[in-house]
Design a binder for this molecule. Structure first.
Ligand code: SF4
Ligand code: SF4
Length: 323
């Protein structure tokens, strides 16, 4: 696989600094029951990196000491980590809103039969990958059988109240199939609601539209196809200065399975750690009583993926462009 970081380092991006920390995004490991083509984590069934109980304890301690509002759990398939349910339960007890970045097919995996009920019982916000409402497009990107399993998963979540009960948010995630900018979020959300509602009786709250990041598997494919420079050019040409104010790294940190800290999940995947003073690799233990407001964020060319057009973050578009 091609490493895109040396290419991304050559591209200048405006300097940005942190604001008050609101979200702790925790990547509990890279194991996944799927191996999607666009996966920026390069996750799959054979990955062995996994957060231990000790690091999970540290995450909960950090959450408590820093009074973090949101615990955002991701992976891989985060539910496969043995500490997942404890993190959810104890995170909720500490008063945090807990989000699960769920691939939907995990709901049918052996050992996860009660997962949907668990998530509903803990009032966890489910953020579910659903890269298209058309079967062919989903299966080209995510593998055969994934579309039907995802529909079954969404129906199960709906039956538990997800997408209907205000305490049970169900949000879907879309990303383009190839090296193009995503369509407008509002318009695509309306299409998703219409098609999934009419054909399958599915309801959900919001669609998060994400830009593909030129890193990991997707970035490597761009290099192989000689499309890396043109895709970066597309992102840079669509850069909107106003989006710099709202990029997610202003208020979020990303923690990896070992407890190392990054300015966002993409930087984690590039192994571009958060820098703090003289420390070029920060661990969560270093930050237990630290206030990182004002800290410089480590940026490179991939950051244009967050600021192009309507902008992109873990919560979808940053703002709708005028017109
Ligand atoms: S389901 Fe998500 S984490 Fe798993 S391989 Fe696909 S994109 Fe990656
Ligand atoms: S990729 Fe996006 S979220 Fe990450 S550091 Fe760059 S601008 Fe911030």
């Amino acid at each position: 696989m091609h490493d895109t970081l040396p290419l991304l380092h050559k591209i200048r991006f405006p300097a940005i600094r942190r604001r008050k920390l609101e979200t702790l995004q925790v990547n509990v490991g890279y194991r996944c029951n799927q191996s999607c083509f666009h996966c920026h984590v390069n996750a799959g069934p054979n990955r062995t990196e996994e957060m231990t109980a000790e690091v999970a304890d540290l995450v909960l301690e950090f959450l408590q000491r820093q009074k973090i509002a949101v615990l955002d759990l991701t992976g891989g398939a985060p539910e496969l980590n043995p500490c997942f349910r404890r993190l959810v339960h104890d995170g909720r007890k500490l008063g945090a809103k807990v989000m699960d970045r769920c691939n939907l097919t995990i709901l049918e995996q052996p050992g996860q039969e009660d997962l949907a009920e668990f998530l509903a019982g803990e009032r966890v916000e489910v953020v579910a990958s659903m890269p298209c409402y058309l079967q062919d497009n989903v299966e080209r990107q995510r593998g055969k059988g994934v579309f039907d399993a995802s529909i079954r998963g969404l129906r199960r979540l709906n039956a538990l109240g997800y997408g209907r009960d205000p305490d049970l948010a169900l949000n879907l995630v879309y990303n383009p199939q190839g090296p193009s900018l995503p369509p407008r979020q509002i318009a695509l959300e309306a299409d998703y609601k219409r098609v999934l509602g009419e054909r399958y009786g599915i309801v959900f709250n919001k669609l998060f539209v994400l830009t593909n990041m030129p890193i990991q598997r997707f970035g490597s494919t761009l290099v192989t196809a000689d499309e890396f420079d043109s895709y970066l050019g597309l992102l840079q040409n669509a850069h909107l200065e106003a989006n710099l104010d709202n990029v997610m790294c202003r208020t979020l940190i990303s923690v990896d399975w070992r407890g190392h800290v990054y300015d966002c999940d993409f930087n984690q995947m590039l192994d571009l750690p958060m820098a703090r003073g003289q420390r070029l690799r920060v661990h969560l233990t270093d930050l237990l009583d630290d206030c990182i407001e004002g800290n410089a964020i480590r940026v490179a060319g991939h950051c244009y993926g967050c600021t192009a057009g309507q902008g992109s973050s873990c919560g979808g578009a940053l703002k709708e462009p005028a017109g």
